[in-house]
Design a protein. Structure first.
Length: 196
């Protein structure tokens, strides 16, 4: 059994709310923003820069038409899974099926560039085989969500639009209080590129 940790970066959404404001040809994952380190990069690049120091493997889930997203992932050594995704459940299932042998998986949203590195590390270090680890800020569950090895079959069985939240039912959920608003901050519209 492998003791490695795998991050699954979900980057296969349509981004329709963002496109309504920014323009139909704009992909929010490639939009530039200044990260918490003060460096300007693409939204997705911030996510990958932080993750590569925390996990052993990154699987980037994206759409066939997002070739620039796939190229960015390849530059960071990601395994690319291309999927005409009907929903988050299908995306997670495809990624875990591609990388099933790990001590756990971090489910990461590609449009959340402002999560502190120490939050990522805390979720990663807290993983247990039969538990779910989730950062909590101001009483709300955030991302990334960590799933221990025992959840592999359940993650591979997901389908449809809903993500892995349904697996919380009846599971051991380790709530990790964090002083990190980045765990709740996703880039749904262009104004969200400026973190406050």
């Amino acid at each position: 059994m492998s003791e490695t940790l795998c991050a699954i970066v979900l980057a296969a959404g349509q981004g329709s709310r963002y496109r309504q404001v920014a323009g139909a040809h704009r992909n929010k994952l490639l939009a530039q923003c200044t990260g918490r380190d003060g460096i300007e990069r693409a939204v997705l690049e911030h996510v990958l820069v932080s993750l590569r120091t925390v996990v052993d493997k990154i699987v980037l889930l994206t759409r066939p038409e997002y070739s620039s997203v796939a190229e960015l992932g390849l530059r960071f050594g990601c395994e690319i899974v291309v999927l005409e995704s009907p929903g988050m459940g299908d995306s997670i299932a495809a990624a875990v099926s591609a990388e099933p042998d790990h001590r756990g998986w971090l489910i990461v949203l590609g449009d959340m560039p402002f999560i502190h590195l120490d939050t990522l590390e805390r979720v990663a270090e807290s993983l247990e085989p039969a538990a779910i680890s989730v950062p909590v800020h101001t009483g709300q569950y955030g991302h990334p969500v960590g799933f221990g090895r025992g959840f592999g079959p359940s993650l591979m069985g997901l389908a449809g639009e809903k993500g892995a939240k349904r697996l919380f039912q009846g599971a051991t959920v380790k709530q990790l209080p964090v002083d990190d608003a980045g765990v709740l901050w996703d880039v749904d519209v262009p104004s969200a590129l400026l973190f406050k």
